[in-house]
Design a protein around this ligand. Structure first.
Ligand code: UDP
Ligand code: MG
Length: 314
């Protein structure tokens, strides 16, 4: 009987310091698996440090595959590139910084064996991250949970195992703006979560500063919900109703009591208010239009510089 295969996919961007610490842990976890042929695929997302050289040092192992993108495309594109290379078995996504403990791989595989297609890790707490990041992350998951019709589990990162059929389904989604948490949710199938303690990075610094996280949040909301557009419409309707009522009142007032020139403050506030509402609505439409434009160009999601598949011969 042929053994099931599991490929661990790790996207790495400037992770030369953490990879040497992580790699032995992944290999140990793969060796501990029972009846599963474990592989690991590293995707170098255009790192500018020694990451590619460090990865080269792992390549003698027949279980290791290496992929290098032509530049930094971002984590979501790097993961997509990795998942696209897996032609057999299940995939497990892991961060390169040790925040997702490889020691849990066995528990993920157990759930997969029990028939689940999407096993995701849910963070119990986030060590080594400030209260601001924790509270904004918390708020983000609540907002997107309310706005999006696609189920997106809260406090769940990309630490996840996908069965072969879930993986095949995910690979059909070729959109350029890839909000992975949402894409996983869209795929569906049998899902379960594993709670875990998310520790601090083993080395290096986080690649996501606030500006990047803010854009990431925008990405998530605009990719998985058109609620902001609807909100803009309601806001527009409401202000229009108030504006009409006020207009009628001005006319009636002028007819009943004449029209002495007055009301500069009222006029200014009305103009500014209407202008503001219009600009907000336009900006919102612009957000969606920009994304439409990006999609319409049909560019590839990533470009590959080098691909060294696992030889698999021990
Ligand atoms: N990453 C990547 N490309 C990028 C940014 C990040 O492949 O452009 C990888 C990074 O190497 C790490 C993972 O994505 O393996 C998560 O990044 P990080 O730990 O910086 O994010 P955080 O845990 O702080 O949210
Ligand atoms: Mg991290």
């Amino acid at each position: 009987m042929s053994r099931d295969r599991l490929t661990v996919v790790v996207a790495a961007y400037n992770e030369a310091d953490s990879l040497p610490l992580l790699h032995p842990r992944i290999l140990a976890a793969l060796e501990a698996l029972d009846g599963v042929d474990g592989r690991v695929l590293y995707v170098d997302d255009g790192s500018r440090d020694d990451t590619w050289r460090v990865l080269g040092g792992f390549a003698h192992d027949p279980r290791v595959a290496l992929l290098r993108l032509s530049r930094n495309f971002g984590k979501e594109a790097a993961l997509t590139a990795g998942l696209d290379r897996i032609d057999d078995g299940a995939a497990l996504i892991l961060d390169a910084d040790g925040q997702d403990p490889p020691e849990l791989i066995g528990a993920f595989v157990e759930q997969w064996r029990a028939g689940f297609d999407d096993v995701h890790g849910t963070r119990l707490e986030r060590e080594g991250e400030g209260w601001l990041k924790r509270s904004t992350a918390h708020a983000f998951y609540r907002v997107i949970g309310r706005l999006s019709k696609t189920p997106i589990p809260a406090d769940t990162g990309d630490f996840r195992l996908l069965s072969p059929r879930a993986l095949a389904a995910l690979r059909q989604l070729r959109e350029r703006h890839r909000f992975m948490k949402g894409l996983f949710g869209w795929v569906g199938f049998n899902r379960t979560s594993i709670a875990y303690h998310r520790g601090s990075r083993v080395a290096g610094a986080s690649k996501f500063d606030f500006w990047r996280l803010w854009n990431f949040a925008l990405e998530g909301i605009t990719s998985f919900s058109t609620a902001p557009l609807r909100l803009a419409m309601y806001l527009g309707l409401m202000t229009a109703a108030v504006a009409f009522a006020f207009g009628a009142w001005v006319v009636v007032k002028a007819m009943l009591w004449g029209d002495p020139v007055a009301g500069y403050p009222t006029m200014m506030s009305v103009i500014l208010f209407l202008g503001g509402v219009q600009l907000i609505a336009l900006g919102l439409i612009g957000e969606y239009l920009g994304r439409l434009y990006e999609e319409s160009k049909q560019r590839p999601i990533y470009l590959i510089d080098e691909w060294l598949p696992a030889t698999g011969v021990c």
